[in-house]
Design a protein around this ligand. Sequence first.
Ligand SMILES: Nc1ncnc2c1ncn2[C@@H]1O[C@H](COP(=O)(O)OP(=O)(O)OP(=O)(O)O)[C@@H](O)[C@H]1O
Length: 718
Amino acid sequence: MTPALHPAIAEEEALLARVHAALVSRKSRRSNRVSSDELRELRDEAVEVRAEDASGLLHELALKQRLRNLPDRFRENEVSADSPYLGHLRIRDGNEVRDYLLGHATFIDDGIRLVDWRVAPVAQIFYRYREGDSFEESFPGRDVSGVVELRRVVVIHRGVLVQILGDDFALWRGPDGSWTSEDRAVFAMSPGGAGSAARPGMLGVGIGEREARTDVTALLDAEQFRAISTPPEEPLLVLGSAGSGKTTVALHRLARLTAKDPARYPVARSRVVVPEEGLARLSARLLQPIGGGPAQVRTMDSAFVALANHVFGKLPPLCMEPPALVSSLKRHPALYDALRKRLGGKRDEDGAPSLHREPEASNRKEAPSREARAEESGPAPAGPISLFALRRRLATLFTDRTFLGGVVAASGGTLPIPAIEDTVQHTMKQLAATLDRQLASITDDERKQAIDGRNLAEGTPDELAGSIDVEELPLLLAILAWRGALRLPEVSHLVLDEAEDFSLFDLEALAGLVRRTGRVTLAGDEAQQTHASFAGWERSLATLGVAGASTCRLPVSYRCPRPIAEVAREILGHLAPQAPARASRDGAPVGRFAFPDEAQAWLFLSGALRDLVEREPRASVAVIAHDAATARRFHGLVEEIASARLVADGRFTFEPGLDVTDVDCVKGLEFDYVVVPDATAAAWPETDDGRRRLHVAVTRASHQLWLVSPGTASARLP
Ligand SMILES: Nc1ncnc2c1ncn2[C@@H]1O[C@H](COP(=O)(O)OP(=O)(O)OP(=O)(O)O)[C@@H](O)[C@H]1O
């Protein structure tokens, strides 16, 4: 502990004590709030008492009246005594010195100025300047200038000050209450970076020992804050490599603009759409403390089911997991172009039956009036488009080998030829009469059940009869949009995270939510696309209706320490961006282990994991396999570890412990430790897709990565 830093600790502890005292005093004044009856009694008394007693009573009356009228904003935005603020700023303006505390709520009392980072103009100074910098800023109605005398990030956990990060030092309190100092560079992101001298052969760098993490709101860098402060009416695309803070920026932007102008941008009418369940859960958790809790966070599937319900009413049964190639074809830009040519015009061009029917016969829930439609999107079609007719037209195309062959040919090799036959066969099964219809002549219901009580169709190809693929919903909505017939309720702001995974159909449909406003934030990284659906940023933005969106590229990779960032880059090979993001810190070397077969590899690994969760029960550990079946098999080996969870559907709890999962579930997520248990050439092939998927898996680690290869190691591994 550097003795020169003692005054910083004393100063911050004294400040926290003052804040706590002010909070207690505010609370007791509030609990003294008086009812109207009490006030009336006091007033009556004041009229009746003798003159010499009246002044005391009147004073009490005035005080109680004032307490009663405390503004509501203090009631809504409670400052928590457990963690009242996250930053401390001192500025000098001439002879005047002022201290500000930065938090998630406003509290101005007893000489304490605690301001909400989202709305307080002074927050700009905190994010844009460092200690010793002179500043000049324009705040609404005035210009301010001065010098930043002090700028510290603080972590207060359960009411106790546990970390102070100055611009060039880091201090933290150990469990015994003693303080330790470090150079700030070692401490760039979160406590686990310390102890990075771990040997590569040992899993564990001490991350689990500390409980409190620095609030990322206090750590935002100037670039990130600039992106967050983009005017709310401007669409914004946030790019950056894995872990550069894209999600952080997108969600903070949403929280800030909805807090600054809640009437125009009501948070409850804002929407966040992400590809997978895990990221949806994480986004909802991240939004909570920054004031974005009421925003609607949806996975793509659930968002499109809701929108299709709104437009078409009741939907047929949905096939949630169509064969992989069918799904790739239905999300591909080549299909978008081919369908747009066939079905995109206001009139059917190929003499096929009309897709429209008269409004009376429609199953649309809220058919807009013709006048409304004409006003919003030019000439109205003959009537709302019928879901039934639309599906029939699509099914005709999805069983037309010549049409599908054209799509595959136009895909530039990104769709394989078997996608044609897979799509035809799958569509035929969906077109078949449902088993219920085939068995309509059997009247005894019991005879229509299997002996285990399940429906006869369950688990058989008959199950598909009458269903439509969930991927087809955006496609149906996009066709309506092309024909000027898509009417969706507008949202106040739309965030699309992992935007490289949104197909053109998805974007065309979602454009309906922001058609007139363009109020969107997209966050993405082309190196992380895990489907062949990405059509490039330019086309994606144009399809969403925000072709001129501002773009920012975040330059620092915060999540992964340097050794992991380097391995990730080598895995990407020619797909890596020209200018690599700067890794924010060093860390433990990546562990590489090769074994002749799975039995040995996994035996070794399960022992190492058992040790790790015992040693660091507070750490988050993920075993990320290339597919769900491998994850399930590996889980079988560790299931007796109390904190081991198999996560196949993205339902992460974000509790400490061991999650065994697969790469499709983890996009956008982060774990202290990541282990890839099947780092082999077979599991992660040498294709662009294979590289990107392995890259996604390894970049989930914020402290240490292990790659375990049973059999031939992936050639992609350095
Ligand atoms: N300025 C910052 N200082 C320190 N940590 C930061 C900063 N910005 C973001 N982080 C942290 O870096 C990690 C990665 O952030 P985030 O998930 O937003 O990145 P991302 O670019 O969306 O990643 P991915 O591409 O994997 O989805 C998080 O732990 C976040 O809290």
